[in-house]
Design a protein around this ligand. Structure first.
Ligand code: CMC
Length: 485
């Protein structure tokens, strides 16, 4: 059987995308050539008499390419400001060559899918979920509504929201396997490692989740993951402290229940200030999705093998754990702990500029402007600190931001505070240790991961993710027996 099969279409089938049709115009014949890795240049033109150049849709047209190695000319169809990378395969020096690849190791300029979930304009600092701005959603909506929106494309009506709550509440029962798993885990294990293990292990409790092409089965797993992620995260948090788990309270909001399971007693609900619950809810909203980020890409790549979603989101959580991604919120607090006072800020910044370290919580692959989430979190921090008192590290964080924003090193590279710069200060003010911060990020991001998973599994054009490489190792050579080496 072929390694990669097209996915069956489902009732949620998205518009099928036409596969690339080769569109090569051979102006010059192939010239005989020794080296198939010949260096050359591809020159790109858009001819003015191309009918597509005057088309009403400016995102559609034809890209004309000339290969300087052979003088051959090629055409690639432009659609949605992109060209199909597979079209490059027709560009070769010899007929028997493999053909040209695009080289993009960190996927800097590669669109891997069509998606209708989240829109980012990094130059303008815009983030929208399904067309609604992050600023409006974080101040006027709540996490349950945002989950429904991300999963279904529209904000829920009151009855749809009631049903969604009821589905989540019905799925809150923690499987016994989770208690056993945590009992076996070392208390000092990083809580993200606990969460990664727990998410993968959950797949064993729900074997029907292997039916990833069945839309109804997918829906059940999505509800379970939204319901159980806070439950297992709280179990891990309490296990680290040697505390018994607190049962979920279905009468509370999503954020309220999370705080209750983290901070309550088995026989007494947690006493959580409404402003704190509201702040936690807004933080979950702000982290809910961020289109094709490192962890969403990990989920997509793993899920493309059609493994169950628990294994796929465990891979997402593992990607999130890293300090360049979601682990940055922990790293920011640890960084602030090394700066004793505002007077030490200039020297610290200097060490970031000379490459000794990175200024954690700064910079972003996509945002070349202020991260809109960081702006909202900055305001949120004020609300929380009004209620529970200022975090002494806030003054240092503000001084760092001010100094970095005024510094040519950061401005010329368009490095601004990102979502992780201030979020840790809020979690820390709520009394949580830095190692828990990325767990909160993961709880919020779970809905994004499963929304992308559902979108890709509903798309009949989805295929297994399998990149190519540029091989740099030795050519085939004869094996040398141990005694002869
Ligand atoms: N401190 C100092 N210099 C930096 C930083 C930083 N935080 N971020 C980027 N640079 C410099 C980098 O050294 C490079 O300089 P040069 O051109 O002289 O070599 C230039 O800026 C471009 O950086 P890059 O590493 O090529 O950028 P990238 O797009 O590959 O990486 C990033 C993006 C987020 C990994 C990076 O900015 C970074 O490491 N930031 C700190 C970690 C962090 O806060 N991560 C959280 C990201 S937001 C949460 C999420 O959604 O993941």
């Amino acid at each position: 059987m072929a390694e990669a099969e097209d996915l069956k279409s489902s009732q949620y089938g998205f518009e099928s995308r036409l596969p690339y049709q080769p569109s090569v115009s051979l102006v010059a014949p192939l010239s005989p050539c020794e080296n198939t890795r010949l260096k050359g240049r591809i020159s790109v033109t858009m001819s003015s008499n191309d009918p597509a150049a005057t088309s009403a849709d400016p995102t559609v047209g034809t890209l004309h390419l000339t290969d300087s190695r052979t003088g051959r000319q090629f055409e690639l169809p432009i659609s949605e400001d992109s060209v199909p990378a597979i079209g490059l395969r027709d560009i070769r020096v010899h007929e028997e060559d493999f053909g040209m690849l695009s080289y993009d190791p960190a996927l800097l300029n590669t669109a891997v899918c069509h998606s209708s979930i989240t829109f980012i304009d990094g130059d303008k600092g815009i983030l929208d979920y399904r067309g609604y701005s992050i600023e409006e959603l974080s101040s006027n909506s709540n996490f349950a509504e945002v989950c429904f929106l991300l999963l279904n494309g529209e904000l829920p009506t009151a009855s749809e929201l009631d049903l969604f709550h009821a589905e989540i509440h019905a799925a809150l029962d923690m499987p016994e396997s989770m208690v056993k798993l945590h009992a076996a885990l070392d208390k000092d294990l990083h809580p993200m490692s606990m969460l990664e293990s727990a998410l993968a292990a959950l797949g064993g409790d729900f074997p029907e989740s292997d039916e990833v092409l069945d839309a109804e089965v997918r829906h059940q797993q999505i509800i379970r993951l939204l319901a159980l992620t806070p439950v297992v995260a709280a179990l891990g948090f309490r296990h680290r402290q040697g505390l018994a788990p607190v049962a979920p309270d279905p009468n509370l909001s999503y954020a309220g229940n999370l705080l209750h399971m983290l901070l309550g007693d088995p026989d007494k609900p947690a006493d959580v200030h409404p402003a704190v619950e509201r702040a936690m809810d807004a933080l979950l909203v702000l982290h809910a999705d961020h289109e094709q980020n490192c962890s969403a890409n990990a989920v997509r790549a793993v899920a493309s093998s059609r493994v169950n979603p628990y294994s796929a989101v465990a891979a997402g959580a593992s990607a999130l754990h890293g300090p360049l991604h979601g682990g940055a919120n922990q790293a920011v607090l640890e960084m602030l702990d090394t700066i004793d006072s505002v007077d030490d800020v200039p020297a610290f910044l200097e060490s970031c500029k000379n490459g000794e370290r990175r200024l954690m919580g700064f910079g972003h692959r996509v945002y070349k402007n202020y991260d809109p989430r960081a702006k909202v979190i900055g305001q949120l921090a004020g609300d929380v600190f009004d209620v529970i008192g200022e975090n002494p590290k806030l003054e240092i964080a503000r001084a760092l931001e001010k100094a970095a924003m005024a510094d040519e090193y950061f401005s010329s590279r368009k490095l601004f505070p990102n979502v992780d710069f201030y979020s840790g200060l809020i979690y820390s003010a709520l009394g949580f240790p830095p190692r828990m911060f990325t767990v909160f990020f993961a709880i919020g991001r779970m809905v994004g991961w499963v929304a992308h998973w559902n979108e890709m599994m509903s798309d009949p054009s989805t295929r297994i993710v399998r990149p190519r490489q540029l091989y740099t190792g030795p050519k085939r050579r004869p094996f040398v027996a141990l005694g002869d080496r």
